[in-house]
Ligand binder design. Structure first.
Ligand code: MG
Length: 227
């Protein structure tokens, strides 16, 4: 169970699902050779993939290429079913930083064979989150710096204003398909600059006004298992 600082106390994360946007920044869609779609494209990550700040990301032995993707996470505060975008923000509790860790080789194989991304996106530790939850009343998310470094080297740097589908539109679209429950998490897509992680790496991911999430990366074959 992951617990993050929130207001004067803590917020326990118990999502029924993690909804994750694909290609929501044009530059990232370009680097993945994907078209930008007219409607949001999303998939689900299992809540079992969540880890808190300073828990290691474990590189699974089944993959030879695991990538980082830094994303703004939206936490749902109220049951949301068929919500128009004008009302969408009433259903938001707050924000944090999430990494949509991806086994890129397994994703490429799935794309090629027309199979779902469940495996590529779903390993344990593939959804680091934190360092805290910021209440929606404390932060406007329209234009924030979002970035990621590996071992001190800048890999991703963009602004949330570059998102193709805004949070309100994402909530409208997703809630017309599946009810969003309190605690559910929406990962709003990653900007350009995704790249591989290796055993021993140190990842720093941040969003202006939220803070910095830091994680170590360990290879499963070195005897590391997520507890
Ligand atoms: Mg992603």
């Amino acid at each position: 169970m992951v617990r993050l600082p929130y207001l004067d106390g803590f917020y326990e994360l118990h999502p029924s699902k993690i909804v994750a946007l694909a290609r929501n920044y044009a530059e990232h869609a370009k680097e993945m050779n994907s078209d930008v779609h007219k409607k949001p494209v999303f998939f689900l990550k299992p809540p079992s993939a969540l880890i808190g700040p300073d828990e290691p990301i474990i590189l699974p032995g089944m993959s030879k290429r695991v990538d980082h993707e830094v994303e703004l996470a939206v936490i749902i505060g109220k049951r949301a079913n068929r919500i128009p975008k004008e009302k969408a923000m009433d259903y938001v509790l707050g924000y944090t930083v999430i990494l949509d860790i991806t086994a890129r080789d397994l994703q490429a194989e799935a794309r090629e064979r027309g199979l779902p991304w469940t495996i590529a996106k779903g390993f344990d530790t593939f959804a680091p989150i934190g360092p805290r939850v910021v209440d929606k009343r404390e932060l406007s998310i329209d234009d924030l710096e979002i970035g990621l470094k590996v071992n001190g080297q800048l890999r991703q740097l963009a602004r949330t204003s570059e998102m193709i589908f805004k949070v309100q539109e994402i909530i409208e679209y997703v809630s017309a398909i599946m009810t969003l429950e309190p605690g559910d998490i929406i990962a709003t897509g990653t900007p350009a600059g995704v790249g591989p992680l290796r055993h021993g790496d140190r990842v720093e991911a941040w969003i202006e006004g939220i803070g910095k999430l830091e994680e170590d990366v360990l290879a499963e074959k070195m005897g590391n298992k997520h507890q």
